[in-house]
Design a protein around this ligand. Structure first.
Ligand code: ZN
Length: 336
């Protein structure tokens, strides 16, 4: 099986055996040419797969199914949104069936997942393998908030592929004392969804402007550009800056409220947090998980021990998740 993660700036490859072993430990990454449109980009993926296969010591001809992951919005079958998206700006991508076109080019079956769901499948696989009855909920904190719900090893894609859009689930943000008076608006238009408080965009648009008013003279206020300043919040929080830690605490609070809703909806085996926000030392990760737990309402006794994990290998998650989806499809075809 092969896994391809086509992002806005890079394309990543990985390979997975039928025995659930990954054949590339490190990242196999190339700059993505998605800005040049589908024709050039798909050819790049096909060429890149050949190169990556030789690196992994496999014949591309032996690959049974290719799993593809891309940023959305896209349908469950891999048709990109007609309105386009930030990552696929070339007009040729509008309503483009990326999955079927890649299938024609490669002459192999291609499965599709959006990158959030692919990451969630990878997080689930690390804990439980590719075939279990377990349920997990993954949240990936990046520029936005992606993630997914996995039950019985299957990604919950929903009717049109928008299942697991966890960033746009509304949370009772009014109960977070530290942001009393704040109206957290998301790019999607909702007020107080998870992404509006728990993402790099949330830090830039909402949390940093809000907290800087309470911390006059803070070094991040001197920068003048919230986008630049937002990128420095994680590092400062990790080194103990009290305002930046407070911003991360609010993100943890938001996750705690969200996970509580998921606990009552799915009674999951695991809650998983990943993404750039958690690319920190273990000590900070542990503090963040403790803050999530502390901000949940009290759980019933049977559910109080539902574990929260940090997702490993953030930068390979998309390609690996896509490969696991390919493996599951290959199994249904009797190819693995
Ligand atoms: Zn939203």
């Amino acid at each position: 099986m092969a896994g391809v993660d086509l992002g806005g700036t890079a394309v990543n490859y990985t390979f997975l055996t039928g025995q659930e072993q990954f054949m590339l430990e490190e990242l196999c990454e190339y700059p993505a040419r998605s800005k040049e449109g589908p024709e050039i980009c798909l050819q790049q993926i096909a060429d890149g797969l050949e190169i990556a296969a030789s690196k992994a010591g496999v014949q591309f001809a032996d690959v049974a199914v290719v799993g593809l992951g891309t940023p959305g919005p896209a349908s469950a079958a891999g048709v990109l949104s007609a309105k386009g998206s930030t990552n696929f700006v070339h007009p040729g991508w509008a309503a483009f069936d990326i999955c079927q076109n890649l299938e024609h080019r490669l002459g192999k079956p291609v499965t599709y997942l959006n990158d959030g769901n692919a990451g969630a499948l990878w997080g689930h696989f690390v804990l439980f393998g590719a075939s279990t009855r377990a349920t997990s909920i993954s949240t990936i904190i990046g520029t936005g908030l992606g993630g997914g719900v996995i039950t019985d090893s299957n990604v919950v894609k929903g009717r049109k592929g928008y299942g697991g859009e966890l960033g746009h689930v509304l949370i009772p943000y009014q109960s977070i004392d530290a942001i009393r008076g704040l109206k957290p608006e998301c790019n999607c238009g909702r007020l107080g969804d998870l992404e509006s408080l728990c993402s790099l965009t949330a830090i830039e648009k909402c949390l940093l402007p809000f907290f800087l008013r309470q911390y006059p003279g803070h070094q991040l206020g001197e920068i003048g550009d919230f986008r630049q300043a937002a990128k420095l919040v994680r590092g400062l929080a990790e080194s103990g800056d009290s305002m930046c830690k407070e911003i991360f605490r609010v993100q943890a609070n938001a996750l705690g409220l969200f996970f509580d809703a998921m606990i009552n909806t799915f009674d999951p085996d695991a809650l998983i947090v990943g993404g750039g926000a958690l690319e920190t030392k273990q000590e900070f990760q542990r503090w963040f998980l403790d803050e999530i737990r502390a901000s949940m309402p009290k759980q019933r006794e049977e559910q109080a021990d539902i574990p929260i994990y940090v997702m490993p290998n953030g930068d390979t998650a998309g390609a690996r998740g896509a490969a696991i989806e390919a493996l599951q499809f290959a199994r249904t075809l009797g190819l693995a």
